[in-house]
Design a protein around this ligand. Structure first.
Ligand code: DC
Length: 224
């Protein structure tokens, strides 16, 4: 019997816009896996360490050859594993986010990530979130979205999230990191962050997460 076709939904957008929360809940509603591609870049940045973006393409290729990402489960319970292990909590720090953004401009890193993401999406139905899911990695996805929000609102959301985790939140520092990352992610030459052709662009500045999820679900379920 032929395999059932995979469903691919892409959700791109800038740092702090709430992509991961919406993507994991959407994947739960659809009963499919959630692929956090930012976590893949963060895991690589954390594992390789500061300055890896200055290594030669050959050394980076060799190091990335030892990386094997796999997915287990679905919805909010999807687990992304690196060489069979869960990703460490430290990948979520602002510092690792900035390193990931710097590493993400390097051609051999982008080529490796694209290949690994396409491989995961070949056999698994996914809600894939990141910066270039709809433009570069899954241009043939059945549904594409680009979430955006004002940087000040994204910084406020990030501070609220940090506070809810009992971590210190310096609004000005968080805003500066968001602006720096936007600049790096939008202006790089390979796979810059931008809405894919045909993507539904959702400005979430004034919307709650529930409202954004409902809007996206209406499109996927053909009710929009
Ligand atoms: O979504 P995030 O903040 O966890 O992503 C961390 C960095 O990884 C982001 O600033 C840029 C890079 N990234 C990318 O270049 N392409 C992706 N598809 C996902 C993330």
């Amino acid at each position: 019997m032929p395999n059932a076709p995979v469903l691919t939904v892409t959700l791109d957008g800038p740092a702090g816009v709430g992509k991961s929360s919406v993507a994991s809940r959407l994947a739960g509603e659809l009963g499919i896996a959630f692929l956090d591609t930012g976590a893949m870049f963060r895991a690589a940045a954390y594992t390789l360490g500061e300055g890896a973006w200055d290594w030669t393409q050959g050394i980076l290729q060799q190091k990335l050859g030892d990386f094997d990402f796999t997915l287990r489960g679905s919805g909010a319970d999807t687990e992304l594993l690196l060489n069979g292990q869960p990703l460490p909590e430290e990948i979520r720090s602002e510092r690792t986010g900035l390193w990931a953004s710097q590493l993400a401009v390097v051609p051999s890193v982008r080529a490796y990530m694209k290949m690994a993401q396409i491989f995961l999406g070949q056999t698994t139905s996914l809600v894939a979130e990141g910066r270039d899911m709809g433009t570069v990695v899954f241009p043939g996805a059945q549904f594409k979205f680009f979430l955006d929000a004002d940087p000040a609102e994204r910084a406020r959301r990030r501070c609220r999230q940090l506070e809810s985790q009992g971590k210190p939140a310096d609004y000005e520092a968080v805003l500066a990191a968001i602006i720096l990352r936007d600049d790096q992610d939008r202006n790089r030459s390979i796979a810059p962050m931008k809405p894919a052709p045909g993507a539904v662009v959702v400005d979430t500045t004034l919307s709650t997460e529930d409202e954004v999820l409902a809007q996206v679900l209406r499109v996927v379920r053909g009710q929009a």
